[in-house]
Write a protein that binds this ligand. Sequence first.
Ligand code: CUA
Length: 325
Amino acid sequence: MGQYFSLSAASLSLASGFAGARSVLEPAGAEAQQIAILFWIMLSGGAVIWLGVVGVLLRSALFNRRRLAEKSASRIILWGGVVFPSVTLCVLLAYALWLMPGLRPFAQAGAAGLRIEITGRQFWWEVVYRPAQGPPVASANEVRLPVGERVEFTLKSADVIHSFWIPPLGGKMDMIPGRTNRLSLMATKPGIFRGPCAEYCGTSHALMAFSAVAMEPEAFRSWLAAQAIPAEGAGASGGALFLRHGCGSCHFVAGTDARGLIGPDLSHLGSRATVGAGILPNTEDAVARFIARSELIKPGSRMPAFDMLPPDDIRAIAAWLRGLR
Ligand code: CUA
């Protein structure tokens, strides 16, 4: 159990490593900017209204306790209780409706561009990039997107309801089994953000996250082109052990005989910021620990623990996977 707690501490320290880049109030995307502005408008408007109501309350309770004439009481109810809320709510509704067209998916906006298909699974994220030109590129637990370009996310679930959310980039959207939801986002600043699963989906819901990386468009395109080509793992023996111990029946690694589709695609694991779906730093040690004790690090995960393997084999596999860049 001690090991589990130390691992959790590692995950927490990693999560706090993302601090400052995960708040909805530090927007790095066009939609998040609108949400942040709306939040401040609502907060300050709410504060002004609250102060007004409390002021009237105090005035009548403490300083002016005589009964109002029926006429002035009706006037207060008409203006304060009917006209003011109706006008305020109508203005807010009009503002929100005016914001919405920007969130429309490509199909309605008549635009074309990068689509990223994301499928929520207990407890990780399947990611497929579908660029306007070029082949689709599969990945997992990391979402990269170009700054200044609108990206459409196609959101699905393979098991239960999950929810996709990159707080500094925009609003969250549920991933519902049997349904395809669409969300369009545009990053405006480069950075690495943490995306949590925002809907309780089982034992390891809190351990289901991903890193979102907003990159300059040029860097993004060369990264995507490199992802379409199989990577060379470090040390061939690790690759052979990966196949011999059956890892390939669940995981896909491009350019090898590992063609499993049950677990995350590991083709370029070494280039990702985190492992274990956003919960561990991408180090050889963390990969080795995940292979050996997956059920302790991520309770309820479908990956069995492989602590029956010789430690040297686990090390070699971890080193090989980390070399897949
Ligand atoms: Cu997936 Cu919560």
